[in-house]
Design a protein around this ligand. Structure first.
Ligand SMILES: Cc1cc2nc3c(=O)[nH]c(=O)nc-3n(C[C@H](O)[C@H](O)[C@H](O)COP(=O)(O)OP(=O)(O)OC[C@H]3O[C@@H](n4cnc5c(N)ncnc54)[C@H](O)[C@@H]3O)c2cc1C
Length: 388
């Protein structure tokens, strides 16, 4: 067992840390207030190759892997969880193609994402289905050498700036997951429309979009992997593989919140001494550190598992545990950190109320905390997770 990061991992971590401190930290509050996508931050990721970490070298990326992406996301999320999501979006809409696409599709999407010349969006959720994605209603009907897509997708991260969408749609009458296929849909395809942008509580730097596909025609070659009925599998493997990176957003956020509160507590006086000298406050920090360290280990181990190819159904439990624990840690730690600032924590002059609002997103996206517990308890009952 080796807990040391490789030289490559350390370099990626340092690069992300530098961008986070120099470019992201000064812009984080403004991004939150304006709700505008920060193209300058994306440019910094692009210039330093951080958009290609999970893309294999033969398709234009560095092939550094999911642990590398988790490390970069952790650094960025210390200051801005939305910027962590921007980086995560290099993987979420490219993984379905990297996992299930044909060579041409992998080259197209891999090179586009790694170079930063393309942005993607992962379009699974619909007005009538979120957790129950196997029952999605968007249709793709074969018409000669094309498919025609009709349906609506909701809450799509990065949907307003994406060049292509991975859209999941039902391709035959088969109900449930087996009837679902994945398509690469360029967002300039006639009939593909962003019809709304959500007014949301946090993570406001990356807008989420309401998308309608109306008689949206794509060539058959855009069916991911060229085989109908594989889409749900691609979606689940993608979500499994990205779960540690959602967790990394939580770990980074918690670290940033705790660090900020710690500095505050050293200087804030009450009853004649800094509040950092009160044992009640010290124990709050100790609890934060316990949760953060546990979450970090789970996230790194989960990402390492993904890099070993261990993210199929039988391994999903570890990824769900990492996601659930790290995202719930983010909520708890940001709440406690805010509390330590007292009234000041509640004010927008400090970043903690933003961290707290941002953290709440993490327990919902890419499988809610409840859905992670469905996966975890199923693994226990099916004897996939055993302690012999
Ligand atoms: C900011 C933001 C960004 C998002 N980005 C994207 C994106 O890029 N792409 C995308 O496709 N989607 C995206 N989503 C959607 C997100 O993935 C869904 O919101 C999530 O999967 C939950 O679906 P739902 O909101 O429809 O809740 P529902 O599925 O309706 O669930 C409602 C409640 O019931 C619980 N529940 C449901 N089923 C079960 C069960 N079997 N057991 C126990 N409890 C259950 C849930 O945990 C939840 O508390 C985003 C959402 C947000 C908030």
């Amino acid at each position: 067992m080796d807990f040391q990061l490789s030289e490559e991992h350390r370099l990626i971590q340092e690069t992300a840390r530098r961008i986070a401190k120099e470019k992201i930290a000064p812009r984080a509050a403004e991004m939150d207030e304006t709700g505008e996508y920060p193209h300058d931050i994306f440019a910094a990721f692009k210039e330093t190759g951080l958009t290609g970490l999970t893309i294999p070298q033969q398709y234009g990326g560095s092939g550094a892997g999911m642990l590398a992406l988790a490390l970069a996301v952790e650094e960025v999320a210390k200051y801005c969880c939305a910027s962590g999501l921007m980086l995560l979006l290099s993987a979420l809409p490219s993984q379905p193609v990297m996992l299930g696409g044909d060579e041409r599709q992998k080259k197209l999407i891999g090179e586009g994402i790694a170079s930063g010349n393309m942005k993607g969006a992962f379009c699974l959720t619909e007005p009538n289905v979120g957790s129950d994605a196997g029952n999605l209603e968007t249709r793709a009907v074969r018409d000669g050498d094309d498919y025609i897509l009709n349906g609506e997708k909701m809450y799509i991260s990065g949907g307003t700036v994406a060049d292509y969408a991975i859209a999941f749609a039902r391709t035959n009458g088969t109900p449930g997951p087996k009837g679902i296929s994945a398509f690469i849909v360029p967002t300039n395809t006639p009939g593909f429309k962003v019809v709304g942008q959500d007014r949301k509580m946090g993570v406001r730097g990356v807008p989420t979009a309401d998308i309608v596909m109306q008689d949206c025609r794509v060539p058959r070659e855009n069916l991911v992997g060229g085989v109908e009925g594989e889409g749900f599998n691609h979606a689940m493997l993608t979500l499994n593989s990205c779960r540690p990176v959602v967790g990394a957003r939580g770990v980074g956020l918690a670290e940033g919140a705790m660090t900020y509160a710690l500095e505050f507590a050293r200087n804030r006086m009450a009853f004649g001494k800094p509040i950092a000298e009160l044992q009640a406050i010290q124990f709050m920090f100790a609890d934060m550190a316990i949760q953060i360290e546990a979450a970090r280990m789970l996230v790194y181990q989960g990402a390492w598992r993904v890099d070993q190819g261990l993210f199929g159904r039988e391994h999903a439990v570890y990824l769900s545990i990492a996601k659930a624990h790290a995202t719930e840690t983010a909520v708890k730690v940001s709440s406690d950190a805010l509390q330590i600032l007292g009234a000041q924590g509640y004010m927008m002059d400090h970043p903690l109320e933003r961290h707290y609002r941002d953290a709440r997103q993490l327990m919902i996206v890419e499988g809610t905390s409840q859905i992670q517990r469905v996966v975890i308890s199923r693994a226990l009952l099916d004897r996939q997770l055993v302690y012999p």
